[in-house]
Design a protein around this ligand. Structure first.
Ligand code: HEC
Length: 169
């Protein structure tokens, strides 16, 4: 009987303590609410200034120097003997046209028949130059003038070629 009384006392104590805590919390919330309400009505004027202005957005820019280097490497390696590209002044017909190569590359990797390793347009262009046999562009009769591998080119030249062709949108 005594044990039950003690147990009940403990429960009462715990409950009353919890009640005080809950009351305190409610009181806190109330006072917080009353103190923030006037502030909230005062602050909206400051909000628009935090929005990013359209002019602050970074715009994709073309690096003219890298583009010129790419064109020079393209011409030095006679890519234009087989490829047509107005930007390089070439008119080859043994390979696919390089007009819009950046967009074409993106389409190639999306093609279900593409089984190469490239996952981006830039990777596709690099693969086409280093391992041309990884994929054969549709509509190209790959017989008499197949694309030779240019894997021997210095890394900087390959980078320049990839950049140059990727910019052909
Ligand atoms: C002897 C002719 C020849 C030369 C020279 C040549 N190519 Fe090609 N190229 C081809 C042929 C043919 C194809 C299509 C077959 C293929 O996709 O592999 C091709 C495909 C490509 C493709 C993929 C095109 C697409 O639409 O999928 C790229 C990129 C490319 N060549 C870049 C180059 C670059 C850069 C050079 C110079 C460094 C070069 N080629 C030199 C014949 C040539």
């Amino acid at each position: 009987m005594k044990v039950v009384t003690i147990a009940m006392l403990i429960v009462f104590f715990a409950l009353s303590r919890q009640n005080t805590l809950i009351m305190a919390a409610i009181y806190d919330a109330g006072s917080e609410l009353s103190s923030t309400t006037p502030q909230a009505t005062r602050t909206p004027a400051a909000t628009p200034t935090r929005l990013p202005s359209p002019t602050a957005q970074p715009t994709p820019t073309v690096d003219a120097t890298r583009l010129a280097t790419g064109k020079a490497v393209y011409l030095a390696n006679y890519c234009g003997v087989c490829h047509t590209l107005q930007a390089a002044g070439t008119a080859g017909v043994f390979g696919p046209s390089h007009e819009h190569m950046g967009s074409t590359a993106a389409q190639r990797i999306a093609d279900p028949s593409y089984k190469g390793a490239a996952r981006t347009a830039a990777e596709f262009i690099r693969e086409s130059i280093v391992t041309p046999s990884a994929y054969f562009a549709p509509g190209v009769v790959n017989g008499r003038h197949p694309m030779p591998s240019y894997a021997h080119l210095p890394q900087a030249d390959l980078d320049a070629l990839v950049y140059f062709l990727l910019q052909q949108r």
